[in-house]
Design a protein around this ligand. Structure first.
Ligand code: GN1
Ligand code: MG
Length: 367
């Protein structure tokens, strides 16, 4: 799809004249561009089309982002943190004072300042990067603990509700609209074999035993921005920042960062969880989060990694069976199945190491 990025950019209050735009990042859902503008912010701007088929309430999503980043800014100022412009995303309003623009085709756009000299990691092999990533996620949650989660919009209702996702999965398998279920008996069986365990955990969440907090909900490690010196700067991609559990934030960073293989790696021999990276990440995370976690959250922290990997396996498999209706950015017909298989392999690796993972968290929790 071609967009008139120059025209869209001109609706925002930037003080710069559009020069060029190029695609940025590897997001599965939105379309993101780095815009350079003459006389504007020297590092450029991040212009993002929010997929409004996935995010049904873009005004609500944008309001969340603005409230969350302003709250973070206030906390960072109180803590006396330096280089504030590198430590939190800054969104810009349009000339009409709204933080989103709706174009002539009905697409919604956000604009923020690009943070220069920053790097992202798709996967982590260096424990100090893992520690920093964990610390950044813990600090994000800590700094937002004063914001009432119930005042935020649910940008995707029931996003991490695995029980609801399982209900839907059963319907998709039953209907089998693309006649693909016959190709995936082992994967479907792997979902069913763990269903009771995952539903039991969701019952805890629904009972309130695991508290709802303001969480990021998409903490893949590539959503942590690092400086060139290896220190984490901030979390980006705030579309799903809303009420959630800390376990999915902890778990998703492990799912993405502690696996030396890719999320969709066709070479399953490369896929698995590195316990050393898990440990360093947990150390960093708990250096911030231990002070506010409840004993129940701590007990289930390692489970969070299995949970979110199972959820991702379920989501990719369900979408493959349904005909790639959600994850539409695929490179070939079996891409979502390939993603699902890599997630299953990762989950099995976590299951084998689960005793160790729990020991690591227990030990850190007692410090
Ligand atoms: C999607 O769009 P992106 O890449 O930031 C998805 C996440 C998944 C992730 C898997 C709104 O994130 O939940 O964990 O893909 N985002 C949404 O890579 O569904
Ligand atoms: Mg995202």
């Amino acid at each position: 799809m071609q967009y008139d990025l120059k025209l869209i950019f001109s609706h925002f209050l930037t003080g710069g004249a559009f020069l060029s735009a190029k695609p940025l990042g590897k997001g599965h859902i939105n379309d993101t561009f780095l815009v350079e503008a003459e006389g504007g912010h020297p590092a450029g701007y991040v212009l993002q089309r929010i997929n409004h088929f996935v995010f049904r309430d873009v005004p609500g999503l944008t309001e969340n982002k603005v409230r969350i980043t302003q709250h973070l800014l206030g906390q960072l100022e109180k803590e006396g943190v330096e280089e504030l412009e590198r430590r939190v995303t800054q969104f810009l309003p349009t000339h009409e004072g709204s933080y989103y623009h709706r174009d002539g085709q009905g697409n919604y756009w956000n604009l923020s300042l690009y943070i220069p000299d920053s790097v992202v990691y798709e996967t982590v092999s260096n424990p100090s990067i893992a520690f920093e990533g964990g610390k950044a996620i813990g600090a994000f949650q800590r700094r937002l603990s004063g914001l009432d989660p119930e005042t935020l919009h649910e940008t995707i209702p029931h996003f991490h509700d695995v029980a609801l996702r399982l209900d839907k999965f059963h319907k998709v398998v039953e209907a089998d609209p693309c006649r693909r279920a016959a190709d995936t008996p082992a994967e479907i069986a792997a979902i069913l074999a763990r269903e009771a365990e995952m539903r039991a955990f969701m019952a805890l969440v629904h009972s309130g035993a695991i508290p709802r907090r303001v969480t990021h909900n998409d903490t893949k490690i590539s959503n942590v921005l690092f400086g060139q010196d290896g220190h984490a700067l901030c979390l980006i991609d705030l579309d799903t920042a809303m009420p959630g559990t800390v376990l999915s934030d902890f778990g998703d960073a492990i799912r993405s960062g502690a696996n030396p293989g890719r999320e969709d790696d066709p070479d399953l021999g490369k896929v698995g969880m590195d316990l050393g990276i898990f440990t360093a990440f947990a150390e960093g995370y708990l250096s911030e989060a231990l002070a506010f976690l409840t004993p129940t959250e701590l007990d289930y922290l390692a489970f969070g990694a299995k949970l979110i990997t199972y959820e991702q396996f379920l989501r990719f498999l369900a979408d493959y069976l349904e005909g790639d209706v959600y994850y539409q950015k695929i490179q070939h017909e079996q891409h979502n199945l390939q993603r699902a298989r890599a997630q299953l392999k990762l989950l099995e690796s976590m299951e084998r190491q689960y005793g160790e993972m729990q020991r690591v968290v227990n030990k850190l929790g007692k410090l």
